[in-house]
Design a protein around this ligand. Sequence first.
Ligand code: GDP
Ligand code: MG
Length: 368
Amino acid sequence: LRPYSGAAKPACNIGTIGHVDHGKTTLTAAITKVLEKDGLSQFVAYDQIDKAPEEKARGITINIAHVGYETVKRKYAHVDCPGHADFVKNMIVGASQMDGAILVVAATDGSMPQTREHLLLIKQVGVKHVVVYINKADIIDNEVIELVELEIRELLTDFGFNGHEIPCIVGSALLALKGNTSEFGEQSVRKLLDAVDSYIPTPERDFTSPFFLPIDNFLLVPGRGLVVIGTIKKGTVKKNDKIDLLGFDEKITTSIGDIQIFKTSVPYAKAGENVGILLRGIKPKSLRKEGGRSKPIMSNYQQQLFSHTWNIVCRIDLDPAVPMIMPGEHGDVKIILLNKMIMDIGQPFTIRENERTVATGIITKFLS
Ligand code: GDP
Ligand code: MG
C-alpha cells in the first residue's frame, strides 16, 4: 500500500465527460495505468470501472464509478459515469461535485449531441475548468484531428468557456491502456495529466470550520458497521473524533471508527476529499434520505413547479413512447405552465408535491 500523502497534497475532484463510446472509461483506466508506473497510483482496469456497483444517492439510484489516483502535485477523485442518463442524474442531484472536467472527444466523430449536453450541464452546475482529450488518434488522419480540435474549441467558446486557451491533448486512450509508450500512447496521457494539474486550479477549501460532510451514500459493511460516503465540504476529521449525525430534528452523537480514501485507511481527512467514514454503533435506519415519490408519474401530471423566485402550476407530459417514469428514473418531459413566465435555458427547477421535493430538472428547450 502506498503511503498516505494527505498532509502534503491537495485534493481535486474531476471527471470524464463526453459522448457515449468516445473513450471516457478507457481513458480513466489508462490514467491509472500510466500513474501506476510512477508508483503513484494503483491500476484500475476497464471492467472494474464500468461494472461499478449501483450507488444509492439521496434515494435516487445513480451509476457512477469513483476512481482514485495521485499525480506528483495532487490527489484526484475521478468520476466516470457509465451512461448518459447516469451523468445527467449525477449532475442534477449533485451527487459528486467536480472542480474540473476532462472532455473526451473521439476524433472519429468530433462533437456529438452528448458532447454538447454534457458541456451545458457542467456549465449549469458551475464547473469552470475543462481540459480536452481528443481520442482515437490511432485510427484518424492528422488533418481530420486538426479540424476536430478547431470544432471543439469553437464549441467550448459557444458554451462560455475559454476555447482558445483550453489545453487540448491528442492521443489514444486505448494505446496508452495497452502500454504503448509512443506520442499518442502513454505520452499523451502524461501530457493530459500535466494539463489537468496546471489548468484546473485547486479550489479554496475551508479546513478550519467544524467538520461538515453531506452524506451522498452509505453502505453496511458486514461485521464492521455503517459507512457513510461523501465529499467533505468543510473542516478536517480524524479517527476516533466525536461527530454528530444531524437532520430531521435529530442529533445522534457517534464516533469515527475508520476513515477510508479509495479503500485505504487513513488517519485523517480534510475538506475536498472523497471519503468513506465508519460510524460506531449506528444502524442504517438512523439514516434517512429525502422522501421523493413512491409511485411513478404519468402524462398529465399536474403540480407546482418552483424555479428561481417563482412558482406556478404546471402540467407534465411524458414522451408518448414512455408510459411512466418510475421513482429514481430520469427522462425528457414536456412542461406546460399555467401562465407565461420568465426563464432561461439551463435554469434549474424543482417539482414539489405536499411540501416534498419529488423531482428536479433543468430547462433545456423552449417549445413555443
Ligand atoms: P465511453 O462510453 O466514453 O466510456 O467509451 P469506452 O471507454 O467504453 O470506449 C468505447 C469503445 O471505443 C471501446 O470499444 C474502446 O475500446 C474504444 N476506444 C477507446 N479509446 C480508443 C482509442 O484510443 N482508439 C481506438 N481505436 N478505440 C478506442
Ligand atoms: Mg464508459
